[in-house]
Design a protein around this ligand. Structure first.
Ligand code: 9MR
Length: 346
């Protein structure tokens, strides 16, 4: 049997090293992965050069009550960025999920649009100015679209209409004029209607001078993702460059589930056929990313998790084992890792 090579092994290629000059390669992490001398930390430093906090910079943990802030984990993350010079992404300022209920309430009733927007602006200004120059990119708004196209009817929308989206970008830009500001969403590659809404929304905002610098494609993919549709929808979003030459796409939460949505009843057994499909799909995907990088529209690809064992997909929608990343539970490097690295190795 072949010797297993782990991500901490010095004989393995460094993924971000291989992609240097083409794409930044990142991972979502939690601050407990930043213990020096741990395998996780070694893997973080060796293979990735851009990072997102998986949960700790969301409004719920950071701002649980109107007058209570919990900055310590994000401060730790920012310090890691300063020590190492890696790029940090802030996730996320405005979201319908993991946002504490107090934002939307006034006494026993709903907050007015004015109150909600004032709270939103205070939150954004506090976060973005505190980490100004240290967190380079912000997912300013997250998942504001409906799966079937159109705007999501969240509490944000119900109370303030669509204005909160524009106001969020203006406020973030005022707090750090050099930060890259992203509108982030899922299924943009698989839902034509969602991609159309996103393209239209962002084109309108850019035309009206709203400082939105790019679209975050979460890319929670599956072994069954339709690659032709993916490419078509991503191209549709990339074409926004026609009206804004510096406009960027980022891949913000990449993983590849072996389950189909709604079809997780049985635990699957991983086998060679799945390894082959997984490897082929990741290879095709990174070939496409490299094309987009060459054209200057994509410069960042972030995986959602450090290795299979810590992926959110093991617990959603129920507890089951999933195998979505290039690095396995024991930090073993999968054939897909080597195939993706080989695309850019001389
Ligand atoms: O990975 C995150 C998981 O640990 C949290 O429980 C979950 C809460 O909603 O959020 C997950 O991250 C999500 C990200 O913030 C936004 N896009 C979808 C991600 C996966 O659900």
């Amino acid at each position: 049997m072949d010797r297993i090579i782990t991500a901490a092994d010095s004989s393995a290629p460094s993924l971000c090293g291989a992609y240097e000059g083409k794409l930044k390669i990142g991972a979502a992490i939690n601050t407990w992965h930043l213990e020096k001398d741990s395998t996780a930390y070694e893997v973080i430093r060796r293979h990735f050069n851009v990072f997102t906090l998986e949960n700790q910079s969301k409004p719920e943990p950071v701002h649980p009550e109107e007058d209570r802030w919990v900055f310590a984990p994000v401060d730790r993350f920012a310090a890691f960025g300063e020590e190492t010079g890696v790029t940090l992404r802030g996730h996320t300022l405005v979201w319908h999920s993991q946002c504490p209920g107090w934002f939307f309430r006034d006494g026993d009733g709903d907050a007015s649009a004015e109150l909600l927007l004032a709270r939103m602006k205070e939150h954004i200004t506090a976060m973005v100015s505190r980490y100004r120059g240290r967190i380079h990119t912000w997912d300013v708004v997250n998942e504001v679209l409906r799966d079937e196209g159109g705007l999501r009817e969240s509490a944000w929308y119900r109370i303030s209409g669509k204005e909160y989206i524009r106001e969020a970008f203006r406020t973030a830009h005022a707090a750090d004029p050099d930060a890259r500001l992203i509108i982030n969403d899922y299924n943009l590659e698989s839902s034509d209607a969602k991609a159309d809404t996103m393209a239209e929304l962002v084109r309108e905002m850019i035309a009206d001078g709203i400082p939105v610098h790019g679209i975050g494609l979460q890319m929670h993919l599956g072994l069954d993702t339709d690659m032709e549709r993916l490419k078509k929808n991503v191209r549709k979003l990339a074409s926004i460059r026609e009206i804004a030459p510096d406009f960027k796409l980022e891949v913000t939460e990449l993983d590849m589930s072996c389950y189909r949505w709604g079809d997780e009843a049985e635990d699957i057994q991983w086998d060679e056929e799945k390894t082959a499909r997984f490897t082929d799909k990741y290879t095709e995907l990174f070939r496409f990313y490299l094309e987009l990088a060459e054209e200057g529209v994509l410069d960042t690809v972030v995986f959602w998790g450090l290795h299979d064992g810590v992926s959110w997909l093991n617990g959603f929608p129920r507890k089951h084992k999933n195998y979505p990343l290039l690095i396995g539970r024991d930090f073993e490097l999968k054939p897909a890792f080597f195939a993706v690295a080989a695309l850019v190795e001389q």
